[in-house]
Design a binder for this molecule. Structure first.
Ligand SMILES: Cc1cc2nc3c(=O)[nH]c(=O)nc-3n(C[C@H](O)[C@H](O)[C@H](O)COP(=O)(O)OP(=O)(O)OC[C@H]3O[C@@H](n4cnc5c(N)ncnc54)[C@H](O)[C@@H]3O)c2cc1C
Length: 558
């Protein structure tokens, strides 16, 4: 058995920020990740990270208001206040650790404009901000001596007498199963993008942490709120960063018209993401698209801006759409990008289970509500990663160590063996995964309705039945990716169920949840969060009110 005070599951920005904070609080910390830390999806973040700096005449309250308006008034305002008021300090701390933020002409930290915000307050490193942050945090985690278990896979949480006591994990290289005992566990496993197909997310974004918590009866919140990003490539769903529009790129339809004029005359291309995605989809549905797409037009930005600030997406456009961004518009369409919902936590990362914390995209502190503003997620990972690390370290100090129940490893081994023994009868994971992804992308996308979501729920039941007899044909123990992908599919099906049930439950349109059969926002009945958890007899749905501090809900216009 392996022992640590605080076990952080996930080595993206949230996990490593949490580990660093916990370690600085003086407890023994370990991080476990199914891939090498710098391969976490945080690495792919392009556009930047938001912070309002008072000394630049940008009070944090303005950032908070933009965030709350962007959320369509579903975010909990106390949590938004914490995030926005601590943002400046967090970004500057990263700069001091060594992140080489892009500078403006005067040599100060540069900012670019991002969607749904009245100020340019997005700090960035060209168009690879996530990579720069992640590498610096990894250095810091190594420097303070945090133990990292890389390419280890968490199979389940250890819960005894209602308290989380560690995790059962598989070393991917050997296939060996271990128990890691911990006084506090922080889930920082990232998003669930791949529950949808296509998605901008890496293949590893399979919602493992949300499912691990859900299986133990912990509440997930706002799961119906799935963000479709306005600019993704048709061929493979890859993201063309909002940084492009931040630098001044246009969106045009088949007539070459900047159609956002009709939908958001003030903010145009930089309205919030849900609004822009819906506008694009409307253009496409009404016949003003080309081959299911509209266009991102960067031609007028010139080669210098493209090469210096948007080089990564310019490569993506060339490699995957065969387009030279400086000469031709890029065909794009809305694509699944981000999960606003997740494991319900408070502002210190505490979940409904003692000893279990969550931070980053897997968590729902409730700062994004119905729609996340671009560049607020990196901020969320750092602020709430740090806070959960600090709180978990304190909590761990008060926990008395105790022996765990026997037979944890045997139980896990039996489950896996049963799956391995089924070969020959069942189908492989791949076709089930694709059917799930396509169903979700058809039924729980930019536009939804009752009939479609009901259909998704019943298809998911069918898929679960197919999954019950899924076969694993690779019987080996070394790097058995066939087994891992199958286990991930199990997690994804749990997440898909939570999304579809929550979507059906919300009988209004708000943020990213737009129902063609109920197109109005209904503050009287639905200014509340939907919680979903799994009980002994299946999913349980509950509600909790939105926390409002100083910003009363208003009509949302851009
Ligand atoms: C292409 C792209 C661009 C983006 N650009 C921006 C941007 O510019 N600005 C912004 O604010 N946001 C952006 N986002 C969103 C943002 O990057 C993510 O929400 C954020 O990085 C998530 O960080 P995280 O630490 O929560 O998780 P991740 O970085 O996804 O890390 C998850 C970690 O959990 C581990 N893990 C998962 N399951 C298991 C398991 N079963 N066992 C062991 N380990 C496990 C993984 O190995 C990984 O280390 C972007 C997202 C994408 C996909």
């Amino acid at each position: 058995m392996i022992d640590h005070d605080v076990l952080v599951i996930g080595a993206g920005l949230a996990g490593m920020r949490a580990a660093l904070a916990a370690s600085e609080s003086g407890v023994d910390v370990a991080v476990i990740s199914k891939v090498h830390p710098v391969r976490s999806h945080s690495n792919a973040a392009q556009g930047g990270i938001n912070a309002a700096l008072t000394d630049r005449g940008d009070p944090w309250e303005d950032h908070a208001f933009d965030t709350i308006k962007g959320s369509d008034y579903l975010a909990d305002q106390n949590a938004v206040e914490v995030m926005c008021s601590e943002a400046g300090r967090e970004v500057i701390a990263m700069e001091h650790m060594g992140v080489i933020f892009s500078r403006d002409d005067e040599g100060r930290l540069g900012t670019r404009a991002f969607g749904g915000q009245r100020q340019a307050r997005t700090f960035f490193v060209a168009d690879f901000t996530g990579q720069a942050l992640l590498h610096v945090l990894y250095e810091q985690v190594l420097k303070v001596g945090v133990r990292t278990y890389e390419e280890w896979f968490v199979l389940s949480l250890i819960v005894e007498e209602g308290q989380c006591r560690g995790a059962i994990v598989m070393e991917i290289r050997t296939g060996d199963i271990h128990v890691i005992r911990a006084k506090a566990v922080i889930l920082a496993t990232g998003g669930l993008g791949r529950v949808f197909e296509p998605s901008t997310n890496a293949l590893i974004c399979t919602g493992d942490g949300m499912a691990l918590a859900y299986r133990e009866g912990v509440s997930l919140m706002d799961m119906e709120m799935v963000q479709y990003h306005p600019t993704t490539l048709k061929s493979n769903g890859a993201l063309m960063s909002e940084g492009a529009r931040g630098e001044g790129a246009y969106l045009i339809n088949s007539d070459g018209e900047r159609f956002m004029e009709r939908y958001a005359p003030n903010m145009m291309e930089l309205a919030s993401r849900d609004v822009v995605s819906r506008s694009e989809q409307t253009e496409i549905l009404e016949g003003r698209g080309v081959d299911g797409c509209v266009f991102l037009d960067c031609r007028h930005l010139g080669e210098k801006v493209i090469n210096e600030k948007l080089s990564q997406i310019s490569d993506l456009a060339r490699d995957f759409a065969n387009v030279d961004m400086s000469k031709q518009p890029v065909p794009i369409r809305p694509g699944m990008h981000y999960q606003m919902g997740g494991i319900k936590t408070d502002v210190d990362g505490c979940t409904s289970m003692r000893g279990l914390y969550a931070a980053g995209e897997t968590a729902c502190v409730s700062v994004h509500g119905g729609n996340r503003l671009g560049a607020n997620s990196l901020l969320d990972t750092l602020v709430f990663g740090r806070r959960s690390g600090e709180h978990a370290a304190n909590f761990a100090r008060g926990v008395v160590e105790r022996a765990l129940n026997d037979g944890l490893i045997d139980r896990e081994n039996r489950g896996i063996q049963a799956m391995m023994d089924r070969a020959g009868e069942g189908e492989l994971f791949g076709s089930i995964r694709l059917d799930m992804g396509r169903t979700m992308n058809e039924r729980l996308a930019v536009f939804r309705d009752d009939e479609g979501m009901r259909d998704a729920v019943s298809k998911l039941t069918e898929l679960r039945n197919r999954f019950d007899s899924v076969a694993v044909t690779d019987k080996g123990k070394t790097f058995n990716t066939n087994l891992l992908f199958t286990l991930e599919l199990g997690f994804m099906l749990d997440c898909a169920e939570a999304i579809a049930l929550s979507g059906l439950e919300r009988k209004e349109s708000r943020g990213a949840h737009f129902r063609t059969d109920m197109p109005e926002r209904d503050d009287k009945n639905w200014l509340k969060h939907i919680l979903v958890s799994r009980g002994a007899d299946g999913p349980i749905i509950e509600n909790t009110p939105v926390i409002i501090t100083q910003w009363e809900p208003q009509e949302r216009k851009y």
